[in-house]
Ligand binder design. Structure first.
Ligand code: NDP
Length: 296
């Protein structure tokens, strides 16, 4: 079997179009423009690229983009003051503080100071609790993107066996909660899991969020399963730096029914879902109906 490729790049483009169309209607019919504020502290090169991409895509979707670039030695007091000012600003519907933060800043304190209704990354402890109890929340962008692709591919996920490899707060745990919310039977695997290969082979849906290049190989995949590869790893091969996932694509694609590639799978969905979350936050703030198909 050769797996069907789930094209995240094309899917993300469709999500962005949907968001842009909804934003255009909001502006025309309600005179409201959703706004996203992104806060970057320091000069981490990868973070700078992410923030630039987010700004461009926010503009392209017709939203207002507010970028706050602060020096690496910004004090916690100053950063908290900025977050509080953004919380109070009615033109800002979504706030994202780019992680990782410099070590002298308490990331948990800063994230938990964001107004949960504006927490478009879904990392505020209130949103974590709401998601865990099946209530309306802001959902972390990467797992939301994975869920959207799975729903698009399968329709209903009810009753499927899902295995999530990785238990981080930003990917693994919220991914598992979302799959549970869609009535999958969910297993979370991690570095202490016994016989990981056997656990993975039980999965109709296998999500890899490990951070280890090409660790999930074809012999760990159930024939016909859907494989979602969240991993982004830079490795050197044949003298070149290459981007690979946590799944060994060639061997897994020979067994799976469907698979996301790296690059071009989960990655592009993350920013698309950030835009979707900002739109959702704006609709909720204004008591308007939420965009269909763009929330959990
Ligand atoms: P973390 O390092 O926070 O978590 C990794 C998880 O994998 C941990 O729970 C760890 O288990 C588990 N793990 C590590 N080694 C093994 C092993 N040998 N067997 C089984 N489980 C193992 O990573 P993140 O969740 O932040 O990210 C995961 C991957 O997703 C990374 O490649 C990252 O770059 C990528 N990513 C991609 C995004 C995108 O937009 N596409 C967004 C965010 C992340 P334990 O808890 O026991 O240590």
């Amino acid at each position: 079997m050769t797996a069907q490729v789930i094209d995240g790049k094309a899917f993300a483009a469709r999500v962005r179009e949907q968001v842009a169309a909804h934003v255009a209607r909001l502006r025309e019919e309600n005179g409201i423009q959703p706004g996203l504020a992104v806060v970057l502290v320091g000069e981490d090169p990868a973070s700078q690229v992410y923030v630039r991409n987010k700004g461009t895509q926010t503009h392209d979707a017709g939203m207002a983009s507010f970028e706050h670039k602060l020096p690496a030695d910004t004090s916690e007091t100053d950063l908290l003051a900025l977050v509080r000012a953004l919380n109070a600003d009615p033109a800002v519907h979504g706030i994202l503080v780019q992680l990782p933060l410099p070590k002298h800043l308490n990331a948990e304190l800063i994230i938990n100071t964001i107004d949960p209704a504006k927490d478009v990354d879904g990392f505020h402890i209130s949103n974590v609790g709401l998601l865990g109890t099946g209530q309306k929340s802001m959902v972390p962008c990467t797992p939301l993107g994975c869920l959207m692709m799975l729903r698009d591919h399968h329709g209903s996920l009810a009753g499927m066996n899902a295995v999530v490899v990785g238990r981080s707060n930003i990917v693994g745990k919220p991914m598992a909660q979302l799959l549970l919310g869609d009535s999958c039977t969910v297993t979370i695997a991690h570095s202490r899991t016994r016989d990981l290969a056997a656990v993975c082979r039980g999965a109709d849906i296998l999500v890899a969020a490990v951070g280890r290049a090409e660790m999930i190989t074809g012999d760990m995949v159930k024939p016909g399963a859907t494989v979602i590869d969240v991993g982004i790893n830079r490795i050197e091969r044949d003298g070149k730096i290459r981007l690979v996932g946590d799944v060994d694509y060639a061997s897994a694609a020979a067994v799976a029914g469907a698979i996301t590639p790296v690059p071009g799978g989960v990655g592009p969905m993350t920013i698309a879902c950030l835009l979707a979350n900002t739109l959702t936050a704006c609709c909720r703030a204004n008591g308007l109906p939420e965009p269909e198909g763009l929330t959990a």
